[in-house]
Design a protein around this ligand. Structure first.
Ligand code: 5AD
Length: 452
């Protein structure tokens, strides 16, 4: 049997794509295995920052060397870096067997079948299979899930759209993922219903800009965007406990989505709202179509709709031209909002983006210092917020068995805080009341009060 290992770099969208590829491969008779047992290794790659690309290139180069001892080994690069760099990658990696773009994940089984029909480790290696073109309707192909066996997939990802039309000047995603394309609401609902029937209790909707879901394909209904229509329909599924989504854009939070935080309890008490910078000057240079004040007002409206909201964000430090003053504005916004969690990035130049051509690139040590400063602020804030929870009782969705010690479960609060607690495995998938007994920066510990 052909044994495949898929290594995923980057975001949840990539994880979901890998899962869909794995599901297609299984249906085609391939086995999904650990790396050491594999004779086919696929790297599903990320292009958002240089480090992610370097890691994947290093890994692929290492694997190509392994072919000397394991001549049958097949190595492929899938996804965002394949799309971003195209056949230029073959200069660095001439022995690569497959190079498959982001609109071609569903073609992987065919490409592998064809390759293996002619190549069994003997004779010359066939030329690299390259498939990078856009494909109409490819967004509809990311729908297969690992067949739920004993272990139900309590929390599942569902891809709802692909691509992004926003063109933030730092971002490579419009190139790697293409134009915005959305799946029909009914297809998504069917997938969700099937997941729920097999034990899924939380669904995370995925897309590069989920708040733009369907805006070009589907009409508004009762003044509501297609994204909110989708949220409402999912909310009506009786056994689904929670709905999450990522990544949104602040500009997509119109009154209907804000009201959803008041009206749809399954959205919980958590929102991820990437701000990127607290300086209006830098926001403009980033082509982010909001100001600091508009963003702050949005936070206020969301907190009005859902007073217990936990808020996380993405911030880039060291964007070209970012002065001490600009950074001070970001630091100030950071404490003004009181972000509970944040993904903090140092700007990484992406060839082909407008920001790569901008003057006044910020020296690495300056970006490093700003990054360190925000991390310290974040840790202080997260710790304080977690400490406040000690002694309170929170509703936790029991999601998986913790790695250790045995008998521990792991779940998330309505505010998306990670909680560890002792409980029998039969509570997996249930909403459990947990009294918080201690806290760290990253997680909470607690004990079960009642069980549903
Ligand atoms: N450099 C650093 N961070 C970036 N991001 C996107 N592009 C870059 C870049 N060139 C960050 C943004 C985005 C997150 C997914 O990655 O903060 O929200």
């Amino acid at each position: 049997m052909n044994r495949v290992y898929i290594k995923t770099y980057g975001c949840q969208m990539n994880e979901r794509d890998s899962e869909a590829v794995a599901s297609l491969l299984r249906a085609r008779g391939y086995a999904i295995v650990e790396e050491a047992e594999a004779d086919i290794i696929l790297l599903n790659t990320c292009a958002v920052r240089d480090l992610a690309e370097q890691k994947a290139i290093g890994k692929a180069a290492h694997l190509n060397k392994r072919k000397r001892h394991q001549p049958k080994l097949v190595v492929g690069i899938l996804g965002c870096m394949a799309q971003n760099r195209g056949t230029d990658l073959l200069d660095r990696l001439p022995d690569l067997d497959l190079l498959i773009g982001t609109q071609k994940f569903h073609r992987v089984p065919d490409h592998l079948d064809n390759l293996l029909a002619t190549f069994r480790g003997e004779g010359p290696r066939p030329a690299t299979v390259v498939d990078l073109d856009p494909e109409a309707g490819s967004q509809n192909e990311i729908r297969g899930h690992d067949s739920p066996g004993e272990e139900a997939q309590i929390s599942a990802y569902v891809s709802i759209m692909q691509g992004c039309n926003m063109h933030c000047t730092f971002c490579i995603v419009p190139k790697t993922r293409g134009e915005e394309r959305s799946r029909p609401i009914d297809d998504i609902l069917r997938e969700a219903e099937e997941l729920v029937a097999h034990g899924t209790r939380e669904i995370t909707l995925l897309g590069q800009i989920v708040t733009s879901y369907g805006r070009r394909e589907f009409p508004m209904v009762d003044g509501k965007t297609p994204f909110v229509q989708l949220l409402e329909k999912l909310h009506a599924l009786p056994q689904l406990h929670r709905i999450r989504f990522t990544s949104p854009h602040p500009s997509g939070f119109k009154s209907d989505l804000i009201a959803a935080y008041r009206d749809l309890p399954k959205l919980g008490e958590y929102v991820h709202l990437p701000v990127q910078s607290g300086s209006d000057r830098i926001l403009r240079a980033m082509n982010r179509p909001y100001t600091r004040d508009v963003y702050l007002r949005l936070i206020e409206c969301l907190r009005e709709a859902q007073p217990k909201l936990w808020i996380s964000t993405d911030i880039i430090v060291g964007f070209p031209g970012e002065t001490d003053e600009d950074f001070a504005a970001t630091r100030d916004l950071f404490t003004t909002v009181g972000f509970d969690m944040a993904y903090l990035f140092k700007y990484s130049t992406r060839t082909g983006t407008p920001a790569a051509e901008m003057p006044d690139q910020v020296p690495a040590e300056v970006a490093e210092a700003r990054h360190t400063e925000l991390i310290a602020l974040l840790e202080k804030r997260s710790m304080a917020r977690h400490q406040e929870l000690v002694g309170t009782t929170l509703e936790v969705l029991a999601q998986e068995t913790a790695r250790r010690p045995a008998g521990r479960l792991q779940g998330r609060t309505r505010g998306y805080r990670k909680v560890f607690f002792d409980a029998p495995a039969r509570l997996l998938g249930e909403l459990v009341d947990v009294r918080i007994t201690s806290a760290t920066v990253a997680a909470l510990n607690g004990e079960v009060v009642t069980s549903a």
